[in-house]
Design a protein around this ligand. Structure first.
Ligand SMILES: [Zn+2]
Ligand SMILES: [Zn+2]
Length: 182
């Protein structure tokens, strides 16, 4: 079940509110390849009432399991980040809207049913790297023998280099000489 906040009610007599939520990872409707070892995503929220909407500061704390784009092993990635979002009560008109740097603008359709789960889902998607890496220095998979080079240092590349070296020529020369002799 998505988590809804009634902003109109909650901020009726307040200029801002602070809230914490623990939302089940599986309830967020993330793509299938997303999984987490933690059952819940922890969320910390500040919501400030503005003239035309609400300013939301959203801090996400979760970890997700991803597949490394180089070595294809799965690994855990900490998801820790704060985003500032302005929920506008007015329809947004493209780029003509005035917005500060690092402020995400979203149209708030119904201030009595603000869908926190949906915002969280988007945040997790945005914070996931396009090409996840288990480590900056991940050596990936050997294109020759297919082994994971982080675990198994094969010598395929070295062999290839030797083949291309000037001594490869020497080898064929020796072979030619040998065949002549016979
Ligand atoms: Zn890797
Ligand atoms: Zn290899």
């Amino acid at each position: 079940m998505p988590v809804f906040i009634n902003l109109k009610n909650e901020l009726k007599n307040e200029d801002f509110i602070e809230r914490e939520f623990s939302i089940p990872f599986n309830s967020l409707g993330l793509p299938e390849e997303y999984s987490s070892e933690k059952e819940n995503v922890d969320v910390h929220l500040y919501i400030i009432k503005e003239k035309d909407g609400y300013l939301v500061s959203l801090t996400v704390n979760s970890d997700i399991q991803l597949e490394c784009s180089r070595c294809l092993e799965s690994f855990n990635m900490d998801l820790n980040g704060t985003s500032n979002i302005f929920l506008s009560k007015r329809k947004l008109i493209g780029d003509s809207e005035l917005h500060e740097k690092d402020l995400i603008m979203e149209y708030l359709e119904d201030e009595e049913h603000f869908n926190l789960s949906e915002l969280l889902r988007e945040e997790i998607l945005v914070q996931t790297p396009m090409k996840p890496l288990c480590d900056e220095k991940c050596k990936g998979i050997c294109p020759v023998c297919g082994s994971n080079r982080n675990e198994n240092q094969c010598i395929c590349e070295e062999k290839l280099k030797r083949k291309e070296s000037p001594f490869a020529k020497l080898k064929t020369l020796i072979e030619k000489k040998e065949t002549k002799k016979n």
